[in-house]
Design a protein around this ligand. Structure first.
Ligand code: FMN
Length: 277
């Protein structure tokens, strides 16, 4: 499945993690079917897949106090599954999973990546894991409670969990005054990516016709790979690039680099025209 960039780009700025869902607002079978279709069809890499499970969401999160409080009331969840044989499985799962999260957002649903605290022993069998597969993260799916609960509000304020670092802290390489407009659009979209505990571990190395994503921060991973976060930022970057008319290809790289997005030369011209217009 090609990236539906015109559908996904606008929801990047709108998406927010939500943890408390309204049990009185069930998701219709049609909406679940639309999401399930994208889970099955958006599989750009060999070692990552997403599996929608319209049952047991409460059990997967039950009794788990994550860093932001419990996930409550979701009618369904999605398991983001990686085949651990893949050398770049973490970034592949981040990239693939974020595509599904953006599609859910476009469908009007609410989500929250959960990488740390969920019941793997319940999610795994439901996702029908094969030998070397693991559920690396999950998201609840449903409609949020209209008002944020006190728990959500206080944790958001306390942890500044929606704030993002300015690009000046994240970017190296070509000086900003030399960036074509499409680079700015791509980096802005990547900057807004969600990450575990909002740690924003990514950095971006901008060159004439490429942007390399790398892990910028040291320190512990706390059970969720920073490369998975970087995979999420990669998806945002490519969605924005495509919406600017800029097509390219990812080349995965060894640590601490993650992947280089190389722009196809003819699309640079198109992007310059589109972004200027
Ligand atoms: C890979 C990943 C793992 C996450 N794990 C958790 C988690 O275990 N518990 C939780 O409440 N939120 C988790 N989050 C949500 C982040 O805290 C959230 O995305 C971040 O604070 C940014 O806020 P926003 O998504 O509202 O923009 C995770 C996010 C990502 C990307």
């Amino acid at each position: 499945m090609d990236i539906p960039f015109a559908r996904w780009h606008p929801v990047i700025a709108r998406r927010r993690s939500r943890r408390h869902f309204d049990p009185n607002l069930p998701v219709t079978p049609e909406t679940l079917a639309a999401l399930d279709k994208v889970c099955n069809e958006f599989a750009p890499f060999a070692h990552a897949r997403a599996c929608l499970i319209a049952e047991s969401a409460e059990t997967v999160f039950k009794g788990i106090i994550g860093s932001y409080g419990k996930i409550r009331g979701a009618p369904a969840f999605i398991a983001f599954v990686g085949n651990m044989d893949g050398p770049f499985v973490q970034e592949e799962v981040g990239y693939t999973g974020e595509g599904i999260i953006l599609e859910a957002t476009a469908l009007g649903l609410d989500t929250c990546w959960v990488g740390g605290f969920f019941r793997r022993e319940i999610a795994g069998p439901l996702a029908k894991l094969s030998n070397n597969e693991r559920v690396l993260a999950v998201t609840p799916v449903g409609y949020r409670r209209e008002s944020e609960s006190w728990q959500e509000k206080s944790m958001t304020r306390f942890r500044r969990s929606h704030n993002r670092l300015p690009l000046s802290r994240l970017v190296r390489g070509l000086p900003e005054e030399k960036w074509p407009d499409w680079v700015n659009v791509c980096l802005e979209a990547a900057r807004l990516a969600p990450s575990a505990a909002n740690r924003q571990p990514w950095g971006f190395d901008v060159r004439e016709n490429s942007i390399t994503v790398f892990v910028r921060t040291g320190g512990p991973e706390f059970n969720v790979s920073k490369r998975l976060d970087c995979g999420i930022a990669m998806l945002h970057l490519e969605v924005a690039a495509a919406d600017c008319g800029c097509r390219g290809q990812w080349e995965f790289l060894p640590s601490p680099q993650v992947a280089k997005f190389k722009i196809y030369p003819q699309s640079v011209l198109l992007a310059l025209t589109r972004c200027d217009g």
